[in-house]
Design a protein around this ligand. Structure first.
Ligand SMILES: Cc1cc2nc3c(=O)[nH]c(=O)nc-3n(C[C@H](O)[C@H](O)[C@H](O)COP(=O)(O)O)c2cc1C
Length: 434
């Protein structure tokens, strides 16, 4: 039997219904008909079905955050809207149908529907009373009659609440039939792959073990206060995600971060300099320390490690506001230099060491650090420049190698900077293998 969706791109919008657990099955059914599928999720949907599962099944980065750009810097919901042959919203919640009927663009699924001229197919799923409510019926009728969306009516049967009624997501086969019918004989909208949502990269780091540190360390002052810094962890998390997407087995050692930690990587939390040091040694130094059995291929040290801590250790009680106090600070050890020493000279060690130099006019200082610490690569970024560095979504950097090769990247989304760093890591690893 010929595949009815061969060459088509179907954008699957998933919203926060219990029936979201059926979305992997819908992806499989669409792919079995020859379609390329990309998933867009509302924030609520991510609580019902894992973005990692959908990324793996579709082969595309999942878009679940309206304000996040795609790994290649494009706006995800616009790329989806412009290149899809059809947008299928399954399951569609009462909330989502209401938001769509009002033209609200508060999540990637509504935003993509507003931005597209492709056919939209909506498969509602909800409790029977919710579906029967006049508000839901009015909103659903508006989608069908005013917007021209195809509705795949929910079916009668047992619902998640335990009740029986009309509200259950239609059968997958009926949903796929509705997509095929809505597209009809229209030509393929975007045959050019490069304008479609990006595919997950082929895996040039597959089989590699990569350790990334992210965030800022905190050092206790007393029982409740800490010395911290403004690192958000974004660049390290972008590196961990990019390495994972390129096939690496990733360990992310996370200090204090202000953004969500990624899925699909091993997470180790380490808040203080000492805890970070212990976690690094455990992940990178082979037994007898009881540490890593297989040497890591690379350590990318993005964490902003405190340079100082309270001399003599923190106070065990909370300091009182009884007048002026003086804090005496003492320097912390340089973790990366210590590790470089423990792992042996650059020419013979197995693990590539990548450091970061986040300072004003970073480049000259970065070259010094590269040599002093015996690193393979150092990433220099000027954290004082406006719009890049700490707390921002973008970064601009120079990636300097011990071989003196310099790559400049940005200002660009931190994921783009991450991929540029990994390009250098992958190149060094393959030279070494050769
Ligand atoms: C366990 C559970 C199951 C739910 N299932 C549904 C459902 O099937 N349909 C629905 O309309 N809402 C359902 N909800 C409520 C939605 O998750 C909620 O309205 C949410 O705001 C929807 O957001 P979204 O439409 O932006 O994804 C459920 C809530 C919970 C806690």
């Amino acid at each position: 039997m010929s595949k009815r969706l061969a060459g088509r791109l179907i954008v699957l919008g998933i919203t926060g219904s219990i029936a979201a657990y059926k979305s992997p099955e819908i992806v499989r059914a669409l792919r079995a008909e020859g379609a390329d599928v990309q998933a867009l999720l509302t924030p609520a949907a991510t609580r019902f079905v894992s973005p990692l599962t959908l990324r793996t099944l579709t082969g595309h980065a999942v878009d679940a955050d309206l304000l996040d750009l795609l790994p290649d810097g494009r706006i995800g919901h616009i790329v989806a809207a412009d290149s899809a042959d059809a947008l299928l919203i399954a399951p569609a919640t009462a909330q989502w149908i209401g938001a769509m009927a009002s033209g609200l663009a508060g999540d990637v699924v509504t935003a993509a529907c507003l931005a597209t001229t492709a056919p939209v197919i909506v498969a509602p799923a909800m409790d029977g009373e919710m579906w029967a409510h006049a508000a839901t019926q009015t909103n659903a009728t508006r989608l069908r009659d005013d917007f021209g969306y195809a509705l795949v009516a929910p079916e009668s049967g047992a619902l998640a609440s335990g009740a029986t009624g009309v509200g259950r997501l239609a059968e997958t086969a009926a949903i796929v039939d509705a997509v095929v019918a809505a597209i009809g004989a229209a030509p393929i909208r975007e045959p050019n792959e490069s304008r479609r949502p990006p595919a997950v990269p082929a895996g040039d780091l597959s089989g590699r073990r990569i350790v990334v540190t992210a965030g800022g360390t905190e050092e206790p002052i007393d029982a409740v206060r800490i010395l911290a810094n403004r690192s958000s962890g974004r660049q390290g998390i972008a590196l961990a995600e990019a390495a994972r997407d390129r096939g690496a087995d990733v360990t992310l050692i996370a200090a204090r971060v202000s953004v969500p930690l990624p899925e699909g990587v091993t997470i180790v939390r380490a808040m203080s300099v000492d805890a970070l040091n212990a976690a690094l040694r455990n992940a990178l130094l082979a037994a007898p320390n009881g540490g890593a059995a297989t040497p890591a291929d690379a350590l990318i040290a993005t964490a902003a490690v405190s340079d100082f801590r309270v001399a003599g250790g923190p106070l065990t009680e909370k300091l009182r506001r009884d007048g002026e106090i003086t804090l005496r600070l003492t320097p912390t050890p340089d973790l990366l230099a210590g590790l470089a020493q423990a792992l042996g000279p650059r020419a013979t060690r197995q693990t590539l060491l990548v450091g970061f130099s986040a300072e004003a006019s970073a480049t000259p200082r970065a070259r010094e650090k590269l040599q002093q610490k015996d690193l393979d690569l150092i990433v220099a970024n000027d954290v004082t420049a406006p719009g890049i560095g700490f707390e921002s979504a973008e970064n601009a950097a120079e990636i300097i190698g011990a071989d003196d090769l310099v790559t400049r990247v940005g200002p660009a989304p931190k994921r783009v900077v991450a991929d540029a760093i990994l390009d250098r890591v992958a190149a060094l690893l393959s030279t070494r293998a050769g």
